[in-house]
Design a protein around this ligand. Structure first.
Ligand SMILES: *[C@@H]1O[C@H](CO)[C@@H](O)[C@H](O)[C@H]1NC(C)=O
Ligand SMILES: *[C@@H]1O[C@H](CO)[C@@H](O)[C@H](O)[C@H]1NC(C)=O
Length: 486
């Protein structure tokens, strides 16, 4: 089966001609996904327009927000004019950027009060043979679904686990998705699924807890890599799902895994950012299904550089600018860091006012990230100086990633609900979808008034004080699957 599929895959990827302007390195040009490509560099060939952002529109009710994990991020599609956005209400929308009008809405199949946390992939297929282009997304009912990108009609669905909190990693032929189980006990794993049919090629349910991780895929080294709440980075053989290694990081690993030059680069709740060498695993394929468990402390040559340390957690994904080999990521210590891939040295840090769960994206002339302080930040890549930061109204946490249109003009992001705030006047305002438009700043500085509106700041400090209490009570109520989200 596999020997038939692989040549087919290679043929497909080498003969495609569709081009999307919003692509990163190593891209399969027929797939658009959250972190740009299967290596998750989150590097996009987009130049942010100069000027200041202003709100174009804001839609309420996207997320109802009972816990503050990173939820679904917007994904601008190949046409440059529309985007996909899912919410924890269990509805996936395709929306026109300029107007905010939905073209279609598609609901999750089963019942799950946590809906979609997954960020969808878009897969463009051959125009000649009537195969629909697809939106691929997982939902908390454990179902991976493919919707017709034109109509929103369901094309197939596959149950892969009890819950899906993670985002799919997609090629033209295959989808890799981390899944989780709550019964009889917390567990998880990764499945490889066929794009055309939704058939499972393999599922490896070897994790000791849930996985919210967007799996990194490296065909050169024949591995699929995903973290878990069991504290391990799990490395699977791409062809059959056999576990090749497990790395104990002493903390949950929740963000997407960046794959670069044979290293898996990611943050852990241990308070570290790791760059672990997985390149040797390709030549050390085990003959049994029993994995070698590798203690993280063990062995010289395991790391690219000593793990970066913080007294706070890391959950944000790491982005890479392949032209400079600089890495960008956020932390629970409120900082966005720029790290040299070759040396592991921190080039600069930018301090925001709250946790950063949002995974930064890298553009030609800026990086963009959200923060739990409710601001979107555009930072200079080389210096970390803010080009601008933006908040308007009671935005709440931005835990998902920010996206940008191909022309660098529109900024898209979702913000959390006020479920965790102490202030009554803020309660019941559901999470929002925001679209900003960059406008040239006029000489009179009339932008100032709007950009400077900042009634969120007070909320943030309240939120922080209140947080643990709220999380505790949420924990007590929630199922195993959600209790350790924040
Ligand atoms: C980036 O996009 C521009 C057009 O917008 C194109 O001319 C250029 O070749 C692209 N660069 C890369 C590296 O893809
Ligand atoms: C993982 O590493 C930590 C820190 O060294 C250690 O305390 C813990 O026992 C390890 N876990 C397992 C399952 O080996």
């Amino acid at each position: 089966m596999l020997s038939l599929l692989l040549p087919f895959f290679l043929l497909l990827t080498s003969t495609r001609t569709t081009t999307c302007t919003r692509t990163g390195i190593n891209d399969d040009n027929d797939v658009i996904q959250w972190r740009g490509n299967i290596a998750h560099t989150a590097h996009f060939n987009v130049t942010l327009l100069p000027g200041q952002p202003r709100q174009l529109y804001r839609h309420h009710g996207l997320n109802k927000g009972v816990h503050s994990a990173a939820k679904s991020s917007p994904v601008v599609l190949a046409d440059g004019e529309t985007f996909l956005q899912a919410g924890d209400t269990g509805i996936l929308y395709r929306i026109e950027i300029a107007t905010g009008q939905p073209l279609w809405a598609a609901a999750q199949l089963g019942f799950s009060s946590f809906g979609y946390h997954s960020t969808p992939c878009a897969i463009y297929r051959d125009d000649d043979d009537n195969t629909p282009d697809l939106a691929i997304i997982g939902s908390y009912d454990g179902v991976l679904s493919a919707f017709d990108l034109e109509t929103g009609h369901r094309v197939w669905e596959t149950s892969v686990g009890e819950h899906i909190g993670a985002s799919p990693t997609c090629t033209s032929s295959f989808i890799y998705i981390a899944v989780e189980f709550s019964t009889p006990r917390a567990a998880g794993g990764v499945c490889k699924v066929q794009v055309d049919t939704g058939d499972k090629i393999w599922c490896s349910y070897t994790m000791g807890s849930h996985s919210h991780c967007t799996a990194g895929v490296d065909y050169q080294h024949n591995v699929v890599v995903a973290g878990s709440n069991d504290n391990y980075l799990h490395v699977f053989r791409e062809t059959d799902g056999v576990t090749l290694a497990k790395y104990n990081t002493s903390g949950a690993i929740k963000g997407p895994i960046l794959m670069h030059h044979g290293f898996a680069i990611f943050g852990s709740w241990s308070g570290n950012i790791f760059a672990i060498d997985i390149s040797h695993l390709a030549s050390k394929v085990p003959t049994t299904a029993t994995a070698d468990t590798i203690q993280i402390e063990r062995g010289p040559g395991l790391y690219k550089w000593p793990p970066i340390e913080s007294d706070k957690k890391f959950m944000s994904g790491v982005a890479l600018d392949p032209t400079t080999n600089l890495l960008y990521t956020g932390g629970h210590d409120y900082k966005i860091r720029c790290i040299d891939f070759h040396t592991g040295k921190v080039r600069w840090e930018y301090q925001t006012n709250s946790y950063i769960l949002s995974s930064p994206i890298v553009l030609n002339n800026a990086i963009l990230s959200g923060s739990s302080d409710g601001y979107v930040y555009a930072l200079d890549k080389a210096t970390g100086k803010a080009l601008w930061s933006y908040i308007l109204g009671r935005t709440g946490r931005i835990t998902a990633s920010v996206d940008v249109s191909h022309d660098g003009k529109y900024i898209l992001y979702a913000s959390d609900s006020y479920g965790f705030t102490a202030k009554n006047q803020c309660k019941g305002k559901p999470g929002s979808l925001h679209v900003l438009e960059i406008r040239e700043t006029d000489a009179s500085g009339s932008m100032h008034e709007e950009v400077a509106v900042d009634d969120n700041k007070e909320e943030v400090s309240d939120e922080d004080n209140d947080n643990d209490k709220k999380v505790d009570s949420a924990k007590a109520k929630s199922d195993e699957g959600l209790k350790d989200e924040l």
